[in-house]
Write a protein that binds this ligand. Structure first.
Ligand code: NAD
Ligand code: UDP
Length: 319
């Protein structure tokens, strides 16, 4: 049985990856310090003999007994309100955390896949963004703590690949959504659905003309799984190219939820990227991958999930 370590395994994406690797017959070790994750995301796996949970901060030395075939480094705060509240931990997990993972991989002879992000492109001047674009990031702006940590993480991973010959993979993830996102994590989809469910107006930042391209979680997981098993060490974008303005997205959520509330406009956060759309030619060519779930279908599933949560979840503060 192959053994995989998933850091950030109790988070939104990490828990879906745990599910996938369990389904594929792996022994899965989820490691998480629960700073933004939730143990309930992996509770349904806890009884399985091929599943382990290790409560640990991966910015500290990582010890895992036994062999490892793969390490997926997904630990990191991921939503703007999270990394603005815990900027130092964000920088540490992207630097010390990846160093620990790469060191562990060398010791075990494991392959490492890291969760990078479309944020490495910053506020892009090239559209859509392909992997050859170097980005437009403000290192000392509020988002710099996340963007630069992820850029450092890519550089460190490449250095281990070229200098130590370690097998590495880099996925640049574009905005992904689905069940197990936190209703209060501040990202636009849970924010809008939470507001609709509480009977509040939906807060659009700026004039809502900025764009994003939303990928359903199952599509992302499929792309990551294929990339891990491929032989491609350079970064690959995984995301859904279907682009939409945030204003139109708000209107879609109003229609989906049937709320009688309206859009209200608030100040745009500093350095908020104006447009974002993945160029997925590389993923198509190398992995024979493209997204399958339409936004209408993905949003319907996600809305059902949020509706099924206990009512007190709706009123929980972010911290
Ligand atoms: P999430 O907050 O749900 O998951 C992150 C997990 O990492 C949490 O469970 C958290 O407790 C854990 N964690 C954070 N710091 C840790 C540390 N020092 N030690 C151990 N565990 C730690 O967020 P997510 O959306 O699931 O994001 C997962 C990864 O994917 C992140 O690396 C993020 O940067 C990346 N990513 C996500 C998206 C997206 O749209 N969801 C887009 C681009 C990149
Ligand atoms: N946004 C918004 N209202 C909210 C939360 C976010 O209009 O309540 C906007 C935000 O300014 C950004 C977009 O939605 O332009 C996506 O934000 P999110 O935090 O989900 O992701 P990111 O900016 O990291 O892509």
């Amino acid at each position: 049985m192959k053994r995989v370590l998933i850091t950030g395994g109790a988070g939104f994406l990490g828990s879906h990856l745990c599910d996938r690797f369990i389904r594929e017959g792996y022994h899965v070790i989820a490691m998480d310090n629960l700073i933004t994750g939730d143990i309930r995301n992996i509770e349904h796996l806890s009884h399985l003999p091929n599943f382990e949970f290790h409560h640990h901060d991966v910015s500290q030395f990582i010890h895992v007994p036994g062999e490892l075939d793969y390490i997926l480094h997904f630990a990191s705060p991921a939503s703007p309100i999270d990394y603005l509240k815990i900027p130092i931990q964000t920088l540490k997990v992207g630097s010390l955390g990846i160093h620990n993972c790469l060191g562990l991989a060398r010791a075990k002879g494991a392959r490492v896949l890291i969760a990078s992000t479309s944020e490495v492109y910053g506020d892009p001047t090239v559209h859509p963004q392909n992997e050859e674009y170097w980005g437009n990031v403000n290192p000392v702006g509020p988002r710099g703590v996340y963007d630069e940590a992820k850029r450092f993480q890519e550089a460190m991973t490449m250095a281990y690949h070229t200098y130590h010959g370690l097998e590495t993979r880099i996925v640049r993830i574009f905005n992904t959504y689905g069940p197990r996102m936190r209703l209060n994590d501040g990202r636009v989809l849970p924010a809008f659905i939470g507001q609709a469910l509480r009977g509040e107006d939906l807060t659009v930042f700026g004039d809502g003309s900025q764009t994003r391209s939303f990928c359903y979680v199952d599509d992302l997981v499929e792309g990551i799984y294929r990339l891990l098993l491929s032989d491609h060490a350079y970064p690959v974008n995984i995301g859904n190219p279907s682009e939409i303005t945030i204003k139109e997205f708000g209107e879609e959520i109003i229609k989906l939820t049937g709320t009688s509330q309206k859009l209200v406009f608030k100040e745009l956060p500093k350095d908020d990227p104006k447009q974002r759309q993945p160029d997925i030619s590389k993923a198509k060519a190398l992995l024979d991958w493209e997204p399958k779930v339409s936004r209408a279908e993905g949003l319907r599933i996600t809305y059902e999930y949020f509706k099924s949560l206990p009512e007190e979840e709706l009123y929980k503060a972010a911290y």
